[in-house]
Design a binder for this molecule. Structure first.
Ligand code: SAM
Length: 340
């Protein structure tokens, strides 16, 4: 009798032979990885492999629980076992420790919070909007703002080199306006790279709690200022040369973006550059796009927008030379550059 190939139950494909495995295994996979991040388990292995007993002691956890967690993390490819010792795989070290290229541990800590919020997805779908937006939740639970900003900071560390490569900063540019600038890492990076620039970061107070100290640490307190508040209440001024609208448009409705882009245009010097970073609605990453749109419905009640929408808003605001750059890998989204 021919043997049926067993489905890989760790992949959420909808094709598992036992229907509940397709629900249960992705849940356990997410839960185990998030828990490893919360316990500092991946970071504890940065110095080298450890036995389950040594690891348990280092992360202040029970030997029994640690053994069960590491066994599962080996099974899903996040750890390797050699004899009695456990080590991070190359990919875990690269993405979830301080020794790697980018440490997405803040993303694990944020996903722990998002996990609880996902519990109200059915109610959100029924209503068509969230009972409470993320921004409202951040006022009620002040620990959420810094966690979210730290997660955005990890993305920014990943995106930073792409931005530097693709954003042409002319010698005459002086003033950078970083809208929804959060952690401040993009402003810091550009001010470090271009000594003629100063920057103003606009964001809600909940997003800026750690930004001042980060700017101090970078020695840029004299060149980067913070403006706590919403874009809707921002006093725009008129001297901006470079404006960042990075991953902010998907937090706003079409009308809000149309208005913001017009106000951005009015606030810019001729020849200035607007840089938008976004996950454009109609790319080929269907599952990721659809998942992100569902997350936005739940968290902020907003959505991603189409490339044509950005072009229409930009042209109506007097921008020209609109250029779209799709980043590699495609999961990094797209840049839209436009000249004033
Ligand atoms: C997805 S994060 C992106 C952060 C950063 N620009 C980056 O690319 O890493 C969106 C940011 O926009 C801010 N934001 C959203 N709506 C806003 C509004 N109406 N006024 C000011 N900031 C807003 C959020 O607080 C958050 O910091």
């Amino acid at each position: 009798m021919p043997r049926t190939r067993k489905p890989d139950v760790c992949q959420p494909t909808g094709s598992a032979e036992l229907a509940m495995l397709d629900v249960y295994m992705p849940m356990m996979k997410s839960s185990a990885i998030i828990s490893a991040g919360r316990l500092g388990l991946f970071e504890a292995l940065v110095e080298g492999p450890l036995t389950a007993a040594e690891l348990a002691e280092k992360i202040h956890s029970s030997r029994r629980g640690t053994t069960m967690l590491v066994d599962f993390l080996v099974a899903i490819g996040y750890l390797e076992k050699n004899g009695e010792s456990f080590a991070n795989t190359a990919s875990t070290r690269r993405w979830f420790t301080s020794a790697g290229q980018v440490d997405y541990t803040p993303g694990l800590l944020w996903t722990h919070e998002a996990w609880a919020m996902m519990g109200s997805l059915a109610e959100t779908v029924r209503k068509g909007e969230p009972e409470q937006t993320l921004w409202e939740a951040m006022i009620e639970k002040p620990h959420l703002g810094p966690l979210f900003s730290a997660y955005m900071g990890a993305f920014a560390a990943d995106l930073g080199p792409d931005l530097l490569r693709h954003v042409p900063v002319l010698p005459g540019y002086r003033h950078l306006l970083d809208l929804g600038g959060s952690h401040g890492l993009h402003s810091i990076r550009f001010c470090q790279h271009y000594p003629q620039l100063d920057a103003l970061i606009v964001d809600m107070p909940s997003a800026l709690t750690e930004t001042g100290p980060e700017i101090e640490k970078a020695g840029l307190a004299g060149r980067i200022r913070l403006s706590p508040g919403t874009l809707q209440e921002h006093d725009w001024g008129g001297e901006n040369d470079l404006v960042f609208y990075l991953s902010v448009a998907h937090n706003h409705s079409a009308d809000e973006n149309r208005l913001a882009i017009r106000q951005i245009g009015d606030s810019m010097n001729p020849g200035g550059l607007l840089v938008i970073h976004e996950y454009v609605a109609e790319t080929s990453l269907d599952a990721l796009n659809a998942a992100f749109r569902l997350t936005l419905l739940l968290e902020t009640g907003t959505q991603t927008h189409r490339h044509e929408d950005y072009c229409a808003w930009l042209k109506a605001a007097g921008f020209s030379a609109i250029e779209r750059i799709d980043l590699e890998p495609r999961e990094k989204g797209s840049l839209i550059l436009a000249r004033r």
